[in-house]
Design a protein around this ligand. Structure first.
Ligand code: RB5
Length: 142
């Protein structure tokens, strides 16, 4: 069965998001784009982070959020119960966000991370398993 991915951005993340949608679909993932469609209209990242987090409550999917830095998206998404969004900026931070924190959303910064690296981070994120054990105890305390 295809891996389910939901993705959203703000205007600053549209370009990177569109590229990733194309690539991830080509890799066989089931990708749902929650908008926006254009980078020409300025939008507020908390609105799109909330939209994605609320969809994730109802579906067992991985979330990808893209803004200029990833920071605003992660801050906003993490206000919603059950969401663990991590700003991932290299392979190590990405692996650890899954292994130790059981992150369910990867937040990327279009101003900080190249297209190629973003794809690599997303594939690392979806392939890396949560280690559980002592990490589960800590995650439960969040
Ligand atoms: C929008 O200009 C920018 O602030 C946003 O994309 C993001 O970087 C916020 O964290």
């Amino acid at each position: 069965m295809a891996l389910k991915v939901v993705i959203a951005s703000d205007h600053g993340g549209v370009k990177l998001k569109s590229y990733m949608i194309m690539q991830l679909k080509a890799e066989g993932m089931d990708v749902t784009d929650l908008g926006p469609k254009t980078s020409k209209i300025s939008v507020d990242y908390p609105d799109y982070a909330a939209k994605l987090a609320n969809v994730m409550k109802q579906s067992n999917s991985t979330g990808i959020l893209v803004c200029g830095s990833g920071t605003g998206m992660a801050m906003s998404a993490n206000k919603i119960k059950g969401i663990r969004a991590a700003v991932c900026y290299n392979l190590r931070s990405t692996r650890l966000s899954r292994q130790h924190n059981d992150a369910n959303i990867i937040a990327l910064g279009s101003r900080l991370t190249s297209k190629k690296m973003s794809l690599k981070l997303v594939s690392t994120f979806v392939q890396t398993k949560f280690e559980g054990g002592r990490h589960l105890r800590r995650v439960k305390k969040i």
